[in-house]
Design a protein around this ligand. Structure first.
Ligand SMILES: C[S@@+](CC[C@H](N)C(=O)[O-])C[C@H]1O[C@@H](n2cnc3c(N)ncnc32)[C@H](O)[C@@H]1O
Length: 425
């Protein structure tokens, strides 16, 4: 590891408290999935839905921690490959912490995964590691722990293929209201305490005694520290940690000549989610997308992490626009939802209801919602779905069908449930 990339306090923390706390034996019971790095999702945002994952696809997980993203990617890529095993070293895991790497390795072993290359080291050294370039890089919860996040991002770019993309996560400023004053208070409180485990004890003691007026205590979205000591250290005792607003992260991304392909979940960054008043909405009409996203973030005040995809290229997101032939070849894919079960529930109530950390959301769905859901099985393209629905209603025209599908798609996609792919050319 080069001297410039060495952050001893950060490394010590993750050697003592690998993050997140994971038991490799749990791999027998479940696969942890999430965003970014779900294959259907990243294909939609970064490759216009055109990537065929049965072919070689190289992914890097930079700052892989105890392995959540590396395991998820490796398992999905293995499942998509012709022999069910994936390609050799298809996923590269890299982390400063050897304790974290051991847990990640054990998890892979428990699952029988053979397509991951495990490396210890700093992502700042990537330009010198002589690795082949990557199609995709996952870097979650890491850039905001670097002395110079811009340098870290440039380092990642140095090993990204020209047409590749990244899935990133950095902390959100407003959703972490209360964290930074408490971190600063804890630095003073623990200044004489050497061992991290003793700092954890002092912190837990203080948390029990915080007055009801304290900002951290008043923020209902900050609950990570309740899960384990590793989570508490990560949230409150970190030696290097910053958060981003939408304009700040836009600046970070622009510093490497990248563009944001999409935020996850999109609905959180849409003003219409929080404002229904037409007068207020009209006042924002002429503003560009990022300014509106920045306003949505401020209004919601509950985004504690920004998950988003970035690319060098523009127009990498799968879209419903274009000619009829182009739209017809799109294949809608539901993520982790069973089409038949969804259709049954939509027949009872053609609405999508959820809550975004305290913000209730109700999305109205079109008349055909249940019939569409039933057919979004990840194999049928829109031409097939249209023909099937036409046999049920001979008066259905393509334009009317597309209007209803667009409404259905926008609702489910905004909540990260539905994506588009195309069969390989
Ligand atoms: C908060 S954890 C996130 C782990 C994982 N990405 C996740 O989301 O579950 C941050 C991880 O980044 C690693 N890390 C911090 N700085 C790094 C660097 N310069 N190079 C590689 N890994 C680093 C830490 O060791 C730690 O495992």
């Amino acid at each position: 590891m080069s001297k410039s990339s060495f952050q001893p306090a950060v490394q010590d923390q993750y050697e003592t408290y690998p993050y997140p706390a994971r038991n490799p034996a749990d791999e027998r019971k479940r696969l942890i999935t999430g965003s970014p790095s779900n294959l259907v999702e990243l294909n939609h945002y970064l490759f216009s839905g055109r990537r065929d994952f049965s072919q070689p696809f190289r992914a890097l997980v930079a700052g892989g921690g105890t392995g959540d993203a590396a395991i998820m990617l490796a398992q999905q890529l293995a499942d998509a490959s012709p022999d069910g095993k994936g390609f050799e070293n298809q996923v590269t895991y890299l982390d400063l912490s050897s304790a974290s790497r051991r847990i990640a390795e054990q998890r892979a072993k428990t699952r029988g995964l053979q397509n991951i290359l495990f490396l210890n080291g700093s992502l700042l050294d990537l330009p010198h590691l002589e690795l082949d370039a990557f199609d995709y890089i996952d870097c979650c919860g890491v850039l905001h722990h670097l002395d110079k996040p811009e340098t870290g991002l440039k380092s990642l770019c140095s090993v990204l293929k020209q047409d590749g993309g990244m899935g990133l996560m950095v902390y959100g400023e407003y959703g972490r209201e209360g964290v930074y004053p408490l971190q600063s208070l804890l630095r003073d409180l623990t200044h004489k305490t050497e061992k991290l485990s003793d700092k954890v004890k002092l912190t837990r003691r203080l948390l029990e005694k915080l007055p009801a007026s304290n900002n951290f205590r008043r923020n209902p979205f900050l609950i990570d520290h309740k899960a384990s000591d590793a989570e508490l250290v990560d949230l409150l005792l970190h030696s290097c940690d910053r958060a981003y607003t939408v304009p700040q992260l836009t600046e970070l991304i622009a510093s490497s000549d990248l563009t944001i392909a999409g935020f996850i979940e999109p609905i959180r960054y849409q003003l219409e989610t929080y404002i229904k008043d037409p007068v207020l909405l009209r006042a924002t009409e002429s503003l560009d997308g990022m300014t509106r996203a920045a306003m949505a973030e401020k209004i919601a005040s509950n985004i504690k992490m920004h998950v988003f995809y970035v690319t060098r290229q523009k127009n990498t997101v799968a879209k419903l626009e274009g000619t009829r032939a182009s739209a017809e070849s799109l294949i809608p894919v539901l993520r982790e939802m069973n089409p038949a079960q969804l259709a049954t529930s939509l027949k009872k109530s053609p609405q999508l209801k959820t809550s975004l950390e305290g913000v209730p959301v109700t999305l109205q769905l079109p008349r055909l919602a249940a019939a569409l859901a039933e057919r979004c099985d990840g194999t049928k393209d829109l031409s097939v779905i249209f023909e099937e629905l036409k046999t049920l209603d001979s008066r259905l025209e393509w334009d009317g069908f597309l209007t209803q599908f667009r409404e259905f798609y926008q609702a489910f996609n905004s909540l990260n449930h539905l994506f588009l792919r195309r069969t390989a050319p």
